[in-house]
Design a protein around this ligand. Structure first.
Ligand SMILES: O=C(O)CCC(=O)C(=O)O
Length: 261
């Protein structure tokens, strides 16, 4: 669907029914260009993956929220947060990673992101992922593959025999999907890389997959908006899960002064 037609209600309904939604035209061309430019030097100094899951021809810049601010608008996008409010209610950032699938990469094995948490499906939705297309995502260059409706299925064997959809989308689009949806990066048969950025969110009563809190010092977080601070982990899940030294994590920031240099 196009951004102009997408509402929190329609996107939430699609995500809960099919496990995903693709929304086009969320970021304009200038915005996408700036993001690409800012990521380039980080990607250039990053090695390709060391196993087939990470991809021997794929570069990943992890801990993105500690390294660049140019994705804060995506991280805080009102449509995305509106869907998260409906589905996860209380959440924080779980993964923030740029993924550049290089020419010659083969398809990543299908998986469900929630699989990292040893919890039964009945625990409800645990994570929601957003994949922001910085390049056009095409069937040829490694657009994300997904299995519509494959929510909460545990047997990869069963999932592998179901029809796969390729999330083709122009740069500036976002693919929103539930952590229980089976998906994976596609093979890149072109001679150019495919860049996307994953911003995944997790209910704030679970540990984020990336140990993000250790990647940004309080001095960095202190200068950010309150909502962003909450998403970066400076929050409490009611009534008190996640306190720091007996206090709300925001208190830590209020009392924080830069150490002498
Ligand atoms: O790059 C993609 O399209 C998806 C990557 C993914 O699902 C992962 O690395 O867990």
């Amino acid at each position: 669907m196009h951004h102009q037609d997408a509402t929190v209600e329609t996107v939430t309904a699609a995500v809960l029914r099919d496990g995903y939604a693709v929304i086009e035209g969320v970021l304009d061309a200038d915005n996408v260009r700036r993001k690409r430019q800012e990521l380039r030097p980080l990607l250039d100094e990053t090695d390709e993956g060391a196993n087939s899951f990470l991809g021997y021809r794929t570069r990943r810049v992890f801990a993105l929220a500690a390294k660049v601010r140019c994705f804060d608008d995506a991280l805080l996008h009102p449509l995305v947060l509106g869907v998260l409010d409906q589905v996860l209610e209380h959440y924080q950032l779980c993964v923030a990673t740029a993924i550049e699938i290089g020419p010659g990469e083969s398809a990543q094995t299908l998986h469900a992101d929630d699989g990292v948490y040893p919890l039964p499906t009945a625990a409800g939705p645990l994570t929601i992922n957003t994949m922001w297309a910085i390049d056009d995502f095409t069937a040829a260059n490694g657009a994300t593959r997904l299995v519509p409706g494959s929510l909460g299925q545990h047997e990869k064997r069963t999932v592998d025999s179901q029809p796969v959809r390729i999330a083709e989308m122009p740069a500036g689009s976002v693919l929103i999907y539930l952590g229980s949806l089976w998906h994976g990066g596609g093979a890149n048969h072109t001679d150019r890389p495919r860049l996307g950025v994953v911003l995944e969110y997790v209910v704030s009563w679970l540990r984020p997959q990336e140990n993000l809190g250790l990647t940004y010092p309080p001095a960095l977080v202190k200068g950010l908006s309150e909502r962003l601070q909450e998403l970066l982990g400076y929050n409490l899940y009611p009534p008190f899960l996640g306190y720091v030294d007996g206090k709300h994590p925001a208190e830590l920031l209020r009392g924080f002064t830069d150490p002498p240099t």
